[in-house]
Design a protein around this ligand. Structure first.
Ligand code: BGC
Ligand code: CA
Length: 330
């Protein structure tokens, strides 16, 4: 009898100390810029998961400045956080962040902006949570190809080719490079010949994209543009604004240009419902945010990272799948 009491006591002690250690975890998280519609969804997901699991998370705004973010990382380390979640301003400087984490012996989970495999492999406690950029590019291109299959009249100059303009995200971002490339590849793979008539970097930003699209419309003429491919929804919505200002995409089928983005932000889904935007690709912020926090908490508490409910690939990556979204899917 006494033995059983003793055993129960030890078990309770173990349970209490287990939840105690989870609740005592502090996560220092750095976002490249708070003023980013997609990263807002990501932040909310991390906050929600932290509340659920009892981990303490503190999230800072890098204001799109790597020096500002570096100082925030230094402060987190000085304050003794147990784990870092980093959305680098410039993913190519991630080695410096990894070196800092390594010398403090703190695990680090990168999100949304992918360090190179060489960088991640330089520290066994460095990880990446994100989505495969090429997958989103392919799916965005397929949305355009599917539209042209269903609407032969979308080939306005009847040359059998798709004359498109491209709005690109920030320079050097893997999503900018690979979405631009694979969207065009997917159009080719579907049997069309894509022709880029203009492209520009709009830094993921709606206003910049609107101004650029306005300039394209003025110089090229809207009647000569057959499709708009944007690396994210904010830029797609900027293009939609510019088109609407020129009486396009307001309901008249003769004045319509298919526009695609990536993210599936609420504002893009609204534009799709109104028929102003063709489609988007779900960039699953909920699962990326939740898995990043779960992985960080497991790393900090010494829990088996393979038991958090997400697949860890190559002992380094959590890949959350993209998903095409068209009108009616909402
Ligand atoms: C999203 C963009 C966002 C960027 C920030 C991308 O994955 O699609 O909307 O601005 O990440 O790094
Ligand atoms: Ca054409």
């Amino acid at each position: 009898m006494r033995k059983i009491f003793m055993l129960a006591f030890i078990l309770i002690l173990a349970l209490v100390s287990c939840s105690y250690s989870q609740e005592n975890i502090t996560i220092g998280a750095c976002i490249y810029r708070f003023n980013d519609a997609f990263m807002l969804r990501f932040r909310n997901a991390m906050q929600a998961e932290s509340e659920k699991s009892g981990a303490k998370i503190s999230i800072t705004d890098g204001q799109d400045d790597q020096n500002t973010q570096d100082a925030q990382i230094d402060e987190f380390i000085a304050n003794g956080v147990n784990v870092l979640i980093i959305n680098p301003v410039d993913r190519m400087t991630s080695q410096g962040i990894i070196d800092k984490a390594k010398s403090a012996n703190i695990p680090v989970v990168f999100i949304n902006r992918e360090p190179t495999p060489e960088m991640l492999n330089s520290y066994e406690r460095a990880y990446y949570v994100g989505a495969k950029a090429e997958e989103s590019g392919t799916q965005a291109g397929q949305l355009i190809a599917d539209y042209f299959k269903a609407h032969p009249e979308a080939d306005k100059n009847h040359d059998g080719k798709i004359q498109f303009v491209m709005l690109k995200g920030q320079n050097g971002h893997q999503d900018m490079i690979l979405r631009s490339k694979y969207s065009v590849e997917a159009i080719k793979a579907a049997g069309f010949e894509p022709v880029e008539i203009a492209s520009a970097i709009a830094n993921w930003d709606k206003l910049q994209a609107m101004n650029i699209m306005n300039a394209f419309i003025m110089s090229i003429g809207p009647e000569n543009i057959e499709a708009v491919i944007a690396n994210n929804d904010e830029m797609a919505l900027g293009a939609v604004e510019a088109l609407k200002n020129n009486d396009y995409n307001k309901g008249d089928p003769a004045l319509y240009i298919p526009v695609v983005g990536v993210d599936a932000n609420a504002s893009a889904l609204d534009a799709m419902d109104k028929g102003e935007m063709l489609g988007t690709v779900l960039n699953d912020a909920d699962n990326q945010g939740a898995s990043a926090v779960k992985l960080a908490a497991a790393l900090a508490s010494g829990k088996d990272i393979n038991s958090i409910g997400y697949t860890i690939t190559d002992n380094k990556y959590i890949w959350i799948p993209y998903q095409k979204v068209t009108r009616g899917d909402k």
